[in-house]
Design a protein around this ligand. Sequence first.
Ligand code: IPT
Length: 974
Amino acid sequence: MSDPLRALRPWESPEVTSWGRLPMNALDRRTGALPLDGDWRFQLLPAPDAPVQGVWSSQPVPGAWTVQGTDDLPQYTNFAMPWGEFPPDSPAANPTGVYEREVDVPAAWAGRRIVLQVGAAGSVLLVHVDGRPVGVSKDSHLAAEFDLSGVVRPGGRAVLRLTVVKWSDASHLEDQDQWWHAGITRPVLLYATDPLRLADVTVRTRCDGTLRVDCQVRDAGGALPAGWYVTGELDGRLLTQDQEFERFKEKDGRVSDFLGEARLGTVVADARPWTAETPALHPLTVRLHRADGSVADTSHHRVGFREVEIRGRDLLLNGERVYIRGVNRHDFHPLTGRTVSYEDMRADLVTLKRFGFNAIRTAHYPNDPSLLDLADELGFYVIDEANIEAHDHAHEIADDPRYLGAFVDRVSRMVLRDKNHPCVIVWSLGNESDYGANHDAAAGWVRRHDPTRPLQYEGAAKLDWADPTVASDIACPMYAPLEDCVAHALSGRQTKPLIQCEYSHAMGNSNGTLADHWEAIESTPGLQGGFIWEFWDHGILQRVNDGRPAGRGGAGLYDHGVTTPGHRWAYGGDFGETIHDGAFVADGVVFPDRTPKPVMFEHREIAAPVRLAYTGGELRVTNHQHFRGLDRLAAEWRLSLADGGTRTAPAELPRVPAGGSAVVPMPFTLPEEGGEAWLTLRVTTADEEAWAPRGTEVCVPQVRLRAASRTVSATATAPGPPVEVDEDGLLVHPLLTAAPVLSLWRTPTDNDELGGMAARWRAWGLDATRRTLLDVRRGNTGVTVIAEYTTLAGAVRHEQVFTRVGGGIRIEETADLPQGLTDVPRVGSVFETVAGLDVLQWYGQGPWESYPDRSTGAPVGHHSLPVDELFTPYLRPQESGGRHGVRRFTLSAPDGTGFTVALDEPRQVSVTRYRDEDLAAAAHHDELVARPGCVVRLDAAHRGLGTASCGPDTSPGHLVRAGTHRWSWTLRPR
Ligand code: IPT
């Protein structure tokens, strides 16, 4: 083969991490560059050594060809490799994209150094210019630069060819839990510099205002560039150059490889420190001058004064132990795969900010560089993770010397790129790759190069959370049981901060017990937070008719988490893949279009910057932030009375510093009557914030001012027509199309399925219990119906006592679950209504969906929503739409007809358009057909959600056990 790059077969050589590639640096060369984005000529070869044909199509750059009309479609696997070859091999069938275009090199670049930057391409990139081999690069999530000076001619036209090989030895290091894609996924550009140039700039700060800027200067000219110097300007203030030296070898007035270094510094007495709450950035300009003072090169930075330190078992930010309220984030978009725009990334961060998150782990590779710019600006603590996940072959690779270079290369290049971002507080060596010498080599490089930040690696930390010798300064387990974390913190053995790198798996209807985690974190020294898995549900928008990704043409074909007809959110297996991991790719806190799932509201409240307490008749407001006062927040009081509606009053937040609290006057006098009373402080932004307009709701802390008076529920029987039951003992009611019967089933959530509970419940037959009527006893004021429900773990006796009460019917129910039936999904009633009852009003927790172990963030109050908006459209249909702590609800039609149900105590209730069998029959949300009436479920007990799809189940207190369950409710016309 004539092409030497392809002849070398770099796709099967782990030792080859690059060839002809320039070193990574922290300079942003985008300004003044020539963007090469847009349509490129394209052809997809079946293998990297297949001949290039004369026939071209076109592909947009940046973009993944897997979602842009080719036959090579996305494939989802968690950690299984999509093919069987062992490392370092890859399959012979290996889609290879050849991208080509002409470039007109500006004539004005004569005499300058010309560099090509490819933002990201993978898994292997080969670069040719005018048929000439220029370079090779691996690492699908970092940029590669190539020096084209002398290769292209200023004023001339060059043909640029970028060949992207999909599978390689490097794929074994990129085995992350996400879709497999291929293409040139970040922008491509050409830029020019003076031969004398800044090669890198390293910014270091302390929170006392100390600034140190280390500049590396190189010259490509060959002659000694004597007399150069650098200057710096921070917020308009000049920095002084206090050190300078040069390293090079000179011979006959020529230098081999000139390297000059200069240090700039200052102490900014009034520096505003950078924190996630107060992300103050100071503009810094660094200029490289020639001897005559003219400027050869300039670089711009934004400096955040901050310091990270581990002291004992605390991670300190500017000396303060900050809680890490994190999420794992992938670069993801439902139309473009892993190509993400600045606006999209900004929207991600704005969403996170509005829901109380302050930290991001860039799972599991360096994210798009703009993400870090935005994190600096909006305020997030970032764990920057290298692109190493050898999951399927972790054990073979971690110690394989053929991969040693790749480990050091991937980690060091990330650090070199991102070191100046104040947002980056911790480096991560990667994910789920066992632990071996290759990790220690990379860790050694990081510790030497950047002693200002801790590093972490779960694979090393997990051996022993306290071992100081392993390559992890943080104990960063994943999905550790909360009891284990607490026990470690209390053991006296803890040596490192404990911050879970992944916890609370958000697959489907999930994140049960999140509040328990935070209660423990906020009360246990040594526990400091964690990163929820994960931000995105990675559903790719797919056309149902031809099974193709909708691609960029799908813009606007979804809304509020739901696709428009003819489309669906594809997950694993939907593109015809045989090896896949199904809906495990849909495990985020937002839908594929970034619509927040209900857990986001739970998180927002758990992270509330303002807390409310009511004890001993005293109302106390606490500022729960680390650095800010309450001055940029506004608030309003809301009083919710069980029997008296809602009242509001303006609230004045006390002027207390971070961590401070104050007693505030009670804003309302409670009426004598009215039963239960709840006081809510609705906190909003008082000013325009970078992440939210003024008036955006921030949290709604709530306290109970008065408990419900335990008046024995309206027992007074009333005269009237007798309660009617049919020959099967089923209630006959004009508004009900299916009478209330016992339900022991919920359509399994992803947690129920993957945690193995659903299989047990099915084995017991809970999804298909058979009801046998045992007895019907009619009395003066009512009827008693006794039935038996058969399960394979024993029969359940169910009794319903129907009594005529003032204007309605009271239903007292008892279910006796035999001992074999312990841990069932629910015990409760289910019935169906006539069509037309389209609005639900309720007094209880809301307005968003809540479950027994995910109900901290749903305040008690009077809520109202159309029935169609109650159901949460999880990608794979499952139990959803529940509301916790419901005391009373009304279903009504526009003409005012309908009925009200009053419950004996706060209960789990759901009103949806779907029976369990409807949900079970649908694999995707778009397959569901809404019934005209409502399916109403009200529960004596409902199992917690937990997170067992990957991690701990719900807590024992949220299991539904065997024994006798009693509940009662009244049904009255509206
Ligand atoms: C863990 C992975 O790190 C993450 O990428 C994701 O797969 C997550 O689980 C589950 O969605 S690995 C798991 C085997 C603990």
